[in-house]
Design a protein. Structure first.
Length: 277
């Protein structure tokens, strides 16, 4: 079982003193039954987890939590920066949103930020994963990408960055824009350039090539606890892995290659012209 002290130790095993930028993807549902915190209300567990994470980050480090709004984006006319968030992001980002973390102004792939905000506030973001994206910032700063309670195939949006860098044929660029609402008032507009995949023919990814190299990387760290999965890696190592895979054969990560090639030949152009996405 995991108490507060043990959870603090787990964080220290995967986040070093030298790490300044921390990107955390989480799924506490996978280990919540193993939590034995000193609290009366089990519903408070996610809040206590975030309290401990915040303590670990302090004032010197910067924590980034995904607050993607892909599901709600297509259904609404506006981007509500203080309420719109997909449940798929997990309990921790949803709680962070309620705590009024700083949030990047991207209508689809925003992040909630805690800690040292000096550089983040100055960023002028235009893209989801490519140039002038937060992922480019992570790369430049050699951020540590962490997965808490999630395997790598479920919790690392950074891997999509390589699809854009190496311009894979199964995606295409599209610009999305919406007005931003905060406290029910329009405060401006936001735009995001996304390297989209097919709406009609979903990609079936094979992350094994990535995972094999990730676990052999010199910056890879793994918690010793048997009660939960927590692993991390630096973006400098991920960048080398991405280059190795994508310059050799990017199709190695696509399971349904024949189906996707057929879509590229027969449907990609017509889908690019669609206005309902």
């Amino acid at each position: 079982m995991i108490n507060e002290i043990k959870f603090e130790k787990i964080l220290s095993e995967v986040i070093t003193k030298e790490d300044k930028i921390i990107v955390l993807y989480s799924g506490i549902w996978s280990f919540i039954k193993k939590i034995n915190f000193n609290i009366n209300n089990p519903k408070k567990i996610p809040e206590v987890i975030l309290d401990i994470i915040e303590k670990k980050i302090g004032k010197d480090k910067t924590l980034f939590l995904p607050s993607f709004s892909g599901e709600s984006f297509s259904k609404k006319k506006y981007f509500s920066i203080d309420t719109d968030i997909d449940k798929r992001n997990g309990f921790i980002p949803i709680i962070a949103l309620k705590r009024r973390y700083f949030r990047t102004k991207q209508p689809i792939h925003s992040y909630l930020v805690f800690g040292n905000l000096k550089e983040v506030r100055k960023l002028k973001l235009e893209s989801s994963w490519g140039k002038k994206s937060l992922l480019e910032f992570f790369s430049k700063k050699n951020a540590r990408i962490c997965n808490l309670g999630l395997p790598w195939n479920k919790g690392c949006a950074y891997l999509h960055r390589f699809e854009e860098i190496y311009n894979v044929p199964w995606r295409y660029h599209k610009i999305f824009s919406k007005k931003i609402i905060k406290n029910k008032k329009i405060i401006g507009t936001c735009r995001e350039k996304k390297f989209c995949s097919s709406l009609s023919t979903p990609l079936n990814y094979d992350y094994k090539p990535f995972i094999k190299y990730i676990k052999k990387s010199k910056s890879f760290r793994k918690a010793t606890s048997k009660d939960l999965i927590m692993e991390s890696i630096k973006t400098s190592c991920l960048d080398k892995i991405g280059k190795k895979i994508f310059t050799k054969n990017p199709w190695v990560i696509v399971k349904n290659k024949k189906t996707i090639i057929n879509w590229i030949k027969n449907k990609k152009i017509s889908e690019i012209k669609r206005e309902d996405y």
